[in-house]
Design a protein around this ligand. Structure first.
Ligand SMILES: CC(C)(COP(=O)(O)OP(=O)(O)OC[C@H]1O[C@@H](n2cnc3c(N)ncnc32)[C@H](O)[C@@H]1OP(=O)(O)O)[C@@H](O)C(=O)NCCC(=O)NCCS
Length: 196
């Protein structure tokens, strides 16, 4: 973070952008770097040290916590929440109300359906005398999560796998597999014509 990234303007340009965005109801930290051609809706909060690459689309009411990096041509639709320290590749689409836990890694060309949730702690400490162990999911290249998918901590979603609507994924998925159910089980393979 903090290094020059292709397609991001220098910090002088960002100061002007910061002012304009504030007039539109957005709260964008001064340290945030936004690439050329990236559009941002209204009522968004973008916290410190976030980098958004060029030609991205950020919808309305999106909240991005600190230290998130988003590659070029990615889209975050309305009400997406990114919990911080997340790496998102290029050409990624994340749909309405998705909630991505801190530390997640999302590779290029991933699709995350509306209302999907990625989690990063197996136990919920909620005032108990222990530190929760953080282990965020990884979603590999070209994987697709349908609507309302839940990914448990530390799970890796294999390259180009397809996870059906409402699935709860408790273990790593194999590349190119189609998974369904609670807990997820493999039902078939992604057809060749659907492979990028
Ligand atoms: C995963 C998915 C692609 C599977 O499609 P498919 O391979 O064509 O499978 P089928 O529709 O033939 O269903 C196969 C079986 O699994 C069941 N099934 C399908 N989707 C399921 C799901 N999400 N959860 C549980 N069971 C499911 C079907 O009822 C069927 O059961 P049956 O054999 O007892 O009749 C599809 O069901 C799905 O979830 N698509 C995503 C929809 C979505 O979120 N779109 C994005 C935004 S609009």
């Amino acid at each position: 973070m903090g290094e020059q990234v292709d397609g991001l303007p220098d910090r002088g340009g960002e100061a002007v952008r910061w002012l304009l965005e504030r007039l539109r109801g957005n709260r964008i930290h001064r340290s945030v770097r936004i690439g050329h051609g990236t559009r941002i809706g209204r009522w968004c909060i973008i916290e410190e040290n976030v980098e958004i690459g060029p030609d991205c689309y950020i919808g309305n009411y999106v909240h991005i916590r600190p230290m998130v990096h988003i590659g070029a041509k990615s889209e975050l639709r309305d009400h997406v929440f990114l919990a911080g320290e997340i790496q998102i590749g290029s050409d990624v689409k994340i749909f309405q109300f998705a909630n991505i836990s801190k530390g997640s890694i999302i590779h290029n060309r991933v699709y995350i359906g509306a209302g999907s949730i990625l989690t990063n702690t197996r136990r919920i400490s909620h005032g108990r005398q222990y530190e929760p162990k953080l282990s965020a999911p990884v979603v590999e290249y070209g994987a697709r999560l349908a609507v309302g998918v839940r990914i448990l901590p530390g799970v890796k979603i294999g390259e180009q796998s397809l996870i059906g609507a409402g699935t709860v994924v408790t273990k790593d998925t194999e590349p190119f597999g189609i998974y369904l159910g609670v807990p997820a089980h493999r039902i078939s393979s992604v057809p060749i014509e659907e492979i990028y």
